[in-house]
Design a protein around this ligand. Structure first.
Ligand SMILES: [Mg+2]
Ligand SMILES: [Zn+2]
Length: 182
């Protein structure tokens, strides 16, 4: 199974320091949905792993999160794309859970759900914690220079990123890279 794991905020949709709290605030980054469709058409299954501490902070509820994801699914469907599943951490740092990235719990859940070893599975995100969480299970690290990483354009990668991290301008560039692999 060709599986690819994407962060959500700043990777697929425009991020906000005030959190994404409603479907209205959930807006895709330019080309991101088409990039997912491109991956799908090349045989890649795409799942999302996302920290949503806004739930634990009481900024929005699960119904609002589901509504955001319904919007994502329907906008994706309109361009011929699909994500198979969304794994989210609802906790705040104070909860000391295992699923809040950079801890690896979400990736463990994905491995269990699909019954596969995640070694070599591409994990894509815009912040170090996305890549650190995946790297714990052997995922290949892919940084997109959107969202939190937008300021890194043209700069050397800080040491906090996993050593083998590959850098792409955005999700479109990542998809182009992945589908070109033999
Ligand atoms: Mg992000
Ligand atoms: Zn959690």
């Amino acid at each position: 199974m060709k599986l690819c794991i994407l962060d959500r905020d700043g990777t697929i949709n425009i991020d906000s320091a005030d959190y994404i709290k409603s479907p209205l605030e959930w807006r895709p980054l330019p080309g991101a949905l088409e990039a997912i469709a491109k991956l799908n058409h090349a045989g890649w299954h795409v799942v999302v792993a996302t920290n949503q501490s806004g739930l634990g902070r009481g900024l929005f509820d699960v119904a609002a999160l589901n509504a955001m994801h319904a919007k994502m699914h329907s906008m994706l469907a309109a361009v011929g794309g699909r994500v198979d599943a969304i794994f989210y951490c609802p906790h705040t740092p104070d909860d000391r859970c295992r699923c809040r990235k950079p801890d690896p719990g979400l990736f463990e859940q994905i491995s269990e759900r699909f019954g596969i070893d995640l070694r070599g599975v591409p994990a894509v995100g815009d912040s170090p914690r996305d890549l650190i969480a995946g790297a714990a299970l052997g995922c290949a690290s892919h940084l997109v220079l959107t969202g939190k990483a937008a300021g890194l354009r043209g700069l050397p990668l800080p040491d906090i990123y996993p050593a083998d991290t590959r850098v792409h301008d955005d999700l479109t560039a990542f998809a182009d890279y992945l589908v070109a692999q033999p």
